[in-house]
Design a binder for this molecule. Structure first.
Ligand code: TXE
Length: 495
């Protein structure tokens, strides 16, 4: 029995105004596992209205301490449902249950962290001068819109939702059409935690219809989007055209720099983790593995033999290490880039094909794929593939490694593998990226600012930055001077 999910507006699950739904597919089996409401501008208008009403009636008047109590309760409820939520995400994204349990298990940390901020954030008194008291209030923006992708559906939603709610905003979420249903589940849990109806609303649907309507709605003060760079540019223009605020977390092509002095076993393990977790469908995927020439053959051989050993399988099986790609479109895109790489003259040394053995032949599976003989001008070195494909490229010295790493329009994540502490910091400080790991990859924490340089985005998730970005200031300037003031005193003489 396929369950039908409605939008969640004003505390109720409701059908789309048009009555339409769209199917949600399990990418491992191609079975339809749910139907979701196919939202359009009418549904978005209704959700924004509910959100505005909730904001005006009560949410804007709540104290930080009250919001912290709700966020803490929300964190506890999510923690008690990790298994169900992880299983649900596995079914709709194809990501192995082992990955989703680890990821969903971290989600309560975000609500707990922002509960802390909600009740400890202090406002400042500006040093205006002795005659004035200038206190600076931090106020919520009002209704904010969160547009989220399918690769880490609940985690990415949470990175935006926790600071938005903590700062006192009400929210309309438009999850990806490829993985819309866990957002509805999460909003149900928020009601259970005691968030008043209308504070968190979800409208499911497609980007050009529901997503565009949310970005264009004049009642939405800010849009926070994670998605591809072309989508980010288009949405930021729409929001900018009406002077709304944006945070954009977009594409990437993360370099992984492996120096000869690294612990090479750990570096190889780290590079595989960087390249192939989520079947490579992450914005900080280790897509360009740069290896010092003296250890290049050794590292490449190890990467190839270990990539060939990665176990593809049923994503619900805890032993599975890689599931299918999320959709036919991501599979086609991956296959197309592999053809581009071959046509450009790169050498395919691992993967490059779909597994043929049943039952994997049914889903959108693709073997972990590695190219060597990759030159920096090649499209496979420059463009985001967003699939299980990586390139290995040699470098002669630190200067060349840094030049290759920065020779890219993106600047989201990067990693440096070395045991030389001076080199680690020296290189980290020259990488053009919002997040640099040393001897690690993919690590994230609610306290750690996350976001991109260059074409990877605008603004930051996590930490205090994200919280402040969900507020606006009001500067109240109080005149303390007892002396009377009249700028035009005496002007009556000339009348
Ligand atoms: O993402 P989209 P898609 C990249 C990755 C991938 C490519 C396409 O390279 O191959 O994007 O994936 C909504 N107005 N990333 O198509 O389109 C859309 O409905 C308003 C990187 O899945 O960017 C979804 O909710 N909204 C990435 C969200 O934007 C619109 C994660 C993201 O969708 C819209 C995902 C519009 N005109 C993909 N068009 C990352 N940085 O992690 C789309 N949307």
């Amino acid at each position: 029995m396929v369950r039908t999910y409605g939008h969640l507006i004003d505390g109720e699950q409701i059908a789309a105004a048009s009555g339409k739904t769209f199917p949600v597919e399990n990418p491992a089996t191609l079975e339809v596992v749910a139907e979701a409401a196919d939202g359009d501008a009418n549904d978005v208008a209704r959700a924004v209205e509910a959100s505005q009403t909730a904001f005006d009636r009560y949410w804007r008047r709540t104290t930080g301490r009250e919001r912290a109590a709700l966020l803490t309760r929300f964190a506890e409820i999510i923690a008690s449902r990790v298994d169900q939520l992880a299983q649900h995400e596995t079914i709709i994204t194809g990501r192995p249950i082992r990955e989703m349990r680890a990821q969903v298990g971290r989600i309560p940390d975000w609500y707990a962290y922002y509960a802390g901020i909600a009740q400890t954030a202090q406002e400042v008194v500006a040093p205006f001068g002795p005659q004035y008291l200038n206190y600076v209030q931090r106020l919520p923006l009002g209704v904010v819109g969160l547009i989220t992708p399918w690769n880490h559906p609940l985690l990415i939603l949470t990175k935006k939702l926790a600071p938005a709610l903590a700062a006192g905003n009400t929210v309309v979420v438009k999850p990806s059409e490829f993985a819309p249903t866990t957002a509805v589940e999460l909003a149900q849990l928020a009601l259970e935690a005691g968030f008043p109806p209308g504070v968190l609303n979800v409208v499911t649907g497609y980007g050009p219809s529901a997503g565009h309507a949310l970005a264009a709605h004049p009642g939405v003060a800010k849009i926070d989007l994670t998605g591809g760079t072309p989508t980010g540019k288009a949405v930021a223009s729409v929001v900018g055209g009406r002077l709304g605020k944006v945070t954009m977390e977009l594409g990437g092509k993360a370099p992984v720099l492996i120096f000869a002095d690294a612990d090479l076993d750990q570096a190889v393990a780290g590079a595989l983790f960087a390249a192939f977790i989520a079947a490579g469908q992450t914005c900080v995927q280790g897509a360009r593995i740069l290896v010092e020439k003296t250890v290049y053959d050794q590292v490449t051989d190890a990467l190839v033999s270990r990539a060939n050993a990665i176990r593809l399988g049923d994503p619900l099986d805890p032993a599975t290490q890689m599931g299918p790609l999320v959709s036919q479109r991501q599979l086609a895109r991956t296959e197309q880039y592999v053809q581009i790489g071959l046509a450009e003259g790169a050498r395919l040394v691992a993967g490059g094909y779909r597994p043929k053995e049943p039952p994997l032949d049914r889903g959108y599976y693709y073997r972990p794929t590695i190219f060597t003989d990759v030159k920096p001008h090649m499209r496979i070195f420059r463009e985001e593939i967003f699939g299980p494909v990586t390139c290995v490229v040699p470098f002669a010295d630190e200067e060349e490694a840094i030049r290759l790493a920065n020779d890219c329009e993106y600047g989201l994540g990067a990693a440096v593998w070395t045991q030389d502490v001076k080199r680690a910091h020296r290189v980290a400080q020259r990488l053009e990226a919002g997040v640099v790991w040393v001897n690690d990859h993919h690590r994230i924490d609610p306290s750690s600012p996350w976001g991109g340089w260059k074409a990877s985005g605008i603004g930051r998730e996590n930490g205090w930055d994200a919280y402040w970005d969900y507020t606006q200031t009001r500067s109240v300037i109080v005149n303390l001077d007892p002396t009377p003031f009249d700028w035009y005193a005496g002007s009556e003489r000339y009348s």
